[in-house]
Design a protein. Structure first.
Length: 219
């Protein structure tokens, strides 16, 4: 009976309705992300190698948006953190409501190193001007394989690690719309200092505040 209990609970819970998966990019090839992605002007396209994504060049931000669809205004994105090496200048995470013409977006990011001194932030950029909306300081614990996810619903943003809410903020000057994407950066060392995997993006299903998957892009 005890073995059946988790199954019975799962059957009784409401099942979210998912929007269909649009495509995948295993990041297992070499070079730029695929045609579904558009690089943000002034930056470089994230690179795929050996089943992960990483920056193309040290000290050049790699940021791209998934432009194969028209995004709803309420959206979410998530990514698995593989590597954030030993300095706070190693950064990776997801982008919400971004534009490819200028760095105008929300960025939910993890600053290395991995471990008990990782810093998590929610930033807003307007034409390159940064406003920090929320931060953990150097007080979060993030390990390799953890999933960072972020949502924006109206003016409310939330950041999660492995599904546990870590940051929450309401933006008084919200960006109205845009496209979800991915961001990686390392200021020194090697491009392998920052590695991400399993990016996914979706829309908001208001029933139960569940997030519906639009597409799993990097597996």
């Amino acid at each position: 009976m005890m073995r059946l209990l988790p199954l019975l609970i799962a059957l009784l819970l409401p099942v979210p309705s998912w929007a269909g998966q649009l495509g995948s990019d295993a990041c297992a090839g070499s070079g730029d992300l695929g045609a579904n992605w558009t690089v943000v002007t002034g930056f470089e396209m994230p690179q795929q190698t050996g089943g992960i994504c990483q920056p193309k060049t040290v000290n050049v931000l790699a940021e791209a948006l998934y432009t194969a669809i028209s995004w709803p205004n309420d959206q979410q994105a998530q990514v698995k953190i593989v590597t954030l090496s030993t300095a706070s200048s190693r950064i990776g995470g997801v982008v919400l409501r971004g534009t490819t013409a200028a760095r105008t977006d929300y960025e939910c990011l993890a600053f290395g190193p991995l471990g008990s001194t990782t810093t998590l932030v929610i930033d807003r950029y307007n034409a390159g001007a940064r406003t920090n909306l929320a931060t953990t300081g150097a007080a979060a614990t993030v390990a390799s394989g953890d999933v960072l996810s972020c949502s924006v619903i109206g003016s409310a943003l939330k950041l999660y690690i492995n599904g546990v809410q870590t940051l929450s903020v309401t933006d008084g000057s919200p960006i109205a719309s845009g496209t979800a994407g991915i961001m990686l950066f390392t200021s020194t060392g090697a491009v392998t200092n920052v590695q991400l995997d399993d990016w996914a993006g979706g829309n908001t299903l208001f029933a139960g505040s569940s997030m519906g998957l639009i597409g799993t892009i990097i597996e």
